[in-house]
Every structure is written in structure tokens, then in C-alpha cells.
Design a protein around this ligand. Structure first.
Ligand SMILES: NC(=O)C1=CN([C@@H]2O[C@H](COP(=O)(O)OP(=O)(O)OC[C@H]3O[C@@H](n4cnc5c(N)ncnc54)[C@H](OP(=O)(O)O)[C@@H]3O)[C@@H](O)[C@H]2O)C=CC1
Ligand SMILES: C[C@H]1O[C@H](OP(=O)(O)OP(=O)(O)OC[C@H]2O[C@@H](n3cnc4c(=O)[nH]c(N)nc43)[C@H](O)[C@@H]2O)[C@@H](O)[C@@H](O)C1=O
Length: 355
């Protein structure tokens, strides 16, 4: 990327988008352009066309999306497919129309089949049915991959797609219902620890409710008490977790090091699987994760598994051999990452989303 090029980071306030902005600034890219969701709703076709016509970015990181955990995906199924298709269609099409030199699209590893052979290779895309709980979101993400691939093939654009594993880090969403598992566990164990020490006022403050009765009602709804924390599902599923700053570093690295043309297999007739997995290549069970968070937060109570909540995909470990072959590896392992996430949670109460 040209150091003076104009870079549009779509979703710059989000977990990944905010980390990408920091990575770019640290790497000396200062010609950044951003718009908040309120300033520019990326599902609005005319507004996006107007923005691209006026600003004509040279590079685009498409990190804006409707994102959430397993319950959110399974509840707001129409919103997840509509909003993500609309955002992708608008940003990718306008990037083509206005000659964007390179675009990086963020998909997700939930694009792979529910029963995908593990670890999951890029070639496994579309080989068998998807996980039901996040199928609408996954279909939208697959469409994003195919949009990039098809514009590259027909119009000669240079749009690359990355498939991140589960992510966590500064600026994460800590909403007790809609967030992903790791930030949800950190907040639940933190609240339980406050209850364990009898500090109900701190619980009221964290939940931002007017009184103790309302705080206790919320804790009851989410199975949090001074003696136990409810974990959704059986605890048996396995998940892989990548620190968001590592994720952002991978995005900037690939934006500099990988072009669509690189994805052509020598002598291939068809270009397929132009996306690349981004992960650590290591996973843990949800039960192991819960115990790690419990110890990191310092909660002394029990973990109770609620099998009435969905497990989702039982395993989705990424094969990161392509990523490693390109010369990139993650830096922050899970133990260190959980400690960093909890200290960020404690020290950034104004920045916590979903709280
Ligand atoms: N977090 C994870 O574990 C994973 C994330 N990903 C992918 O990475 C990307 C970034 O995810 P993440 O950073 O976690 O998500 P976040 O929800 O943290 O950030 C998404 C950003 O997009 C913005 N946004 C959403 N809808 C619109 C819209 N219609 N117009 C303009 N802006 C909008 C949000 O703004 P606002 O909040 O104001 O609405 C927010 O700033 C996404 O593509 C996601 O699918 C992939 C795998 C795992
Ligand atoms: C990130 C990626 O992957 C997401 O799918 P997911 O990994 O299944 O999402 P999840 O993080 O919400 O759950 C992971 C596991 O954890 C268990 N679990 C326990 N206790 C809590 C809990 O308190 N909250 C949540 N959310 N899950 C819990 C939960 O039951 C499940 O077994 C997609 O939605 C999609 O967003 C996507 O792209």
C-alpha cells in the first residue's frame, strides 16, 4: 500500500476496525478516512455511492458488519443476512466503480460446513451443510467472498478475503446476551466476583441500572450469583481465539503482501477459494475456557453448564498453513489474551460496548 494512499476503514469503531486503525497509524499510514454508522449507514446504497464519489479512497478495509454471538445470530436471522449482504454489496460494488486499488473483506470461519474436517482448510468451503445457528450470517459472508472473487475475475479488481476465527480484545462487545463467548464470560465472572465480595453497588454500576433489585434481576436472568456462573451449552464445543490486535496486524500484513493474482493455482482452469484463514491453529473446549476465565478473574465459585442453550458448531479449528506460508503468525496466546482482556475491561469502563 502507498503510504500516502487514502485508506477507508469501514467499521473503524468496532473490535477489528479500531485495531486496524491503530495498526495502520503505527505503520505510518496517516491518510485514513472513517465514518461512524450514524454518519454513513453502509446499507444505504445511495449514501455509499455518494461517499465513494466524493472521497475516492485508494484502499478499503471492510470491517463493518452486523456481528454477534450464537444467540444473536440465531435470533436476528433476517437482520444478519440482510444487513451484511447490503453492506458488502454496496462497499464492494462502489470500490469497483471508483477504482479502489485494493480491498480487504473480512468474512468468518463460520462459512465452513458444520461437519468440516478439522483443521478446516480453505478448500472445504461449500462442501457440505452449514451450522444452523449462524447460517444466514455465514451465507452473507460466503456471498462476500464470491463478490470479491467475481469482480476480480470479470473486472480485474484486486479484492482479497480473509476468514478470521473467533476474535476478542479491546473494544469488544460485552453485552450479556448478544456478545461472543469470551467477553461474555469475562463480564459474568467479574460480576460474580463482585457478588462474592458483597459489592452489590459495583454490580449496580457495572450494569448501569438504577437499583439493586434491577441488578439482581439481570444477574438472575444470566445465571450469575456469588456462588456460581451459568455457562451456555454443554461446555464440549471447541473454539479458537485470536487477539484482535494480532488480527489487525494480519489484515495490514496481507493488504501489503497478498494480491488476488497470488491466489491463482499454477495452470488452474478455475480460480477457487481465494480466501485465506486467519487464526492461531489452536483451540480449547468451552469448559476449559470457562475455567481459564474463572481463574484469571479470580472468581471462587462454581461453573454450571446449561445444556438448554445451543452449542453451535462442535469444532471450527482453522488450518493456518497458508497464512504461515505467507510469513505471518500470531503473537498473543490465549492465556495472555484473557489477562489482557480482563485488565482492559477493568480499566476502560467508558469504552466497553454492550455494557
Ligand atoms: N468478533 C469476532 O469474533 C469475529 C468477527 N468477524 C468479522 O470481522 C469483522 C469485524 O467484526 P467486529 O469488529 O468483531 O465487529 P463489531 O461489531 O465490533 O464492529 C462492527 C462495526 O461495523 C459497524 N457497522 C455495523 N453495521 C453498520 C452499517 N450498516 N453501517 C455502518 N457501519 C456499520 C458497527 O458500528 P455500530 O456499532 O455503531 O453499529 C461497528 O463499528 C466483521 O466482518 C465480522 O463479521 C469474523 C470472525 C469473528
Ligand atoms: C465468531 C464466529 O462464531 C460465532 O459462533 P460461535 O463461535 O458459536 O459463537 P459464540 O462465541 O457466541 O459461542 C461459542 C460457544 O460458547 C458457548 N457459550 C457458553 N457461554 C456463553 C455465553 O455466555 N455467551 C456466548 N455468546 N456463548 C457462550 C456457546 O454456547 C457456544 O457453544 C458466530 O455467531 C459468528 O459471530 C462468528 O463469526
Amino acid at each position: 500500500m502507498d503510504l500516502n494512499g487514502k485508506i477507508f476503514v469501514a467499521g473503524h469503531r468496532g473490535l477489528v476496525g479500531s485495531a486496524i486503525v491503530r495498526q495502520l497509524q503505527n505503520a505510518g499510514y496517516t491518510n485514513l478516512i472513517t465514518r461512524t454508522h450514524t454518519e454513513l449507514d453502509l446499507t444505504d446504497q445511495l449514501a455509499v455511492a455518494d461517499f465513494f464519489g466524493k472521497e475516492k479512497p485508494d484502499y478499503v478495509f471492510l470491517a463493518a458488519a452486523k456481528v454477534g454471538g450464537i444467540i444473536a445470530n440465531n435470533t436476528y436471522r433476517a437482520d444478519f443476512i440482510y444487513e451484511n449482504l447490503a453492506i458488502q454489496n454496496n462497499v464492494i460494488h462502489q470500490s469497483y466503480l471508483h477504482g479502489v486499488k485494493k480491498l480487504l473483506f473480512l468474512g468468518s470461519t463460520c462459512i465452513y460446513p458444520r461437519e468440516c474436517p478439522q483443521p478446516m482448510k480453505e478448500e472445504s468451503l461449500l462442501t457440505s451443510p452449514l451450522e444452523y445457528t449462524n447460517e444466514p450470517y455465514a451465507i452473507a459472508k460466503i456471498a462476500g467472498i464470491k463478490l470479491c472473487e467475481s469482480y476480480n475475475l470479470q473486472y480485474g479488481t484486486n479484492f482479497i478475503s480473509v476468514m478470521p476465527t473467533n476474535l476478542y480484545g479491546p473494544g469488544d462487545n460485552f453485552d450479556l446476551e448478544k456478545s461472543h463467548v469470551l467477553p461474555a464470560m469475562v463480564r459474568k465472572m467479574h460480576l460474580a466476583k463482585l457478588m462474592e465480595s458483597g459489592d452489590l453497588q459495583a454490580v449496580v454500576a457495572d450494569l448501569q441500572v438504577p437499583n439493586e433489585d434491577e441488578a439482581l434481576a439481570i444477574l438472575g436472568k444470566f445465571g450469575v450469583s456469588s456462588t456460581s456462573v451459568q455457562i451456555w451449552g454443554t461446555g464440549k464445543p471447541r473454539r479458537e481465539f485470536l487477539w484482535s490486535e494480532d488480527m489487525a496486524a494480519a489484515c495490514v500484513y496481507l493488504m501489503q503482501e497478498r494480491d488476488f493474482a497470488d491466489t491463482y493455482a499454477p495452470g488452474s482452469k478455475e480460480v477457487r477459494n481465494t480466501h485465506i484463514n486467519i487464526g492461531t491453529g489452536e483451540d480449547v473446549s468451552i469448559a476449559e475456557l470457562a475455567e481459564l476465565v474463572r481463574q484469571t478473574v479470580g472468581f471462587g465459585g462454581e461453573l454450571v453448564f446449561d445444556a438448554s442453550k445451543p452449542d453451535g458448531t462442535l469444532r471450527k479449528l482453522t488450518d493456518v498453513s497458508k497464512l504461515h506460508a505467507l510469513g505471518w503468525r500470531h503473537q498473543v496466546d490465549l492465556g495472555e489474551g484473557v489477562q489482557k482482556l480482563y485488565s482492559w475491561y477493568l480499566n476502560n469502563d467508558q469504552m466497553r460496548r454492550g455494557v
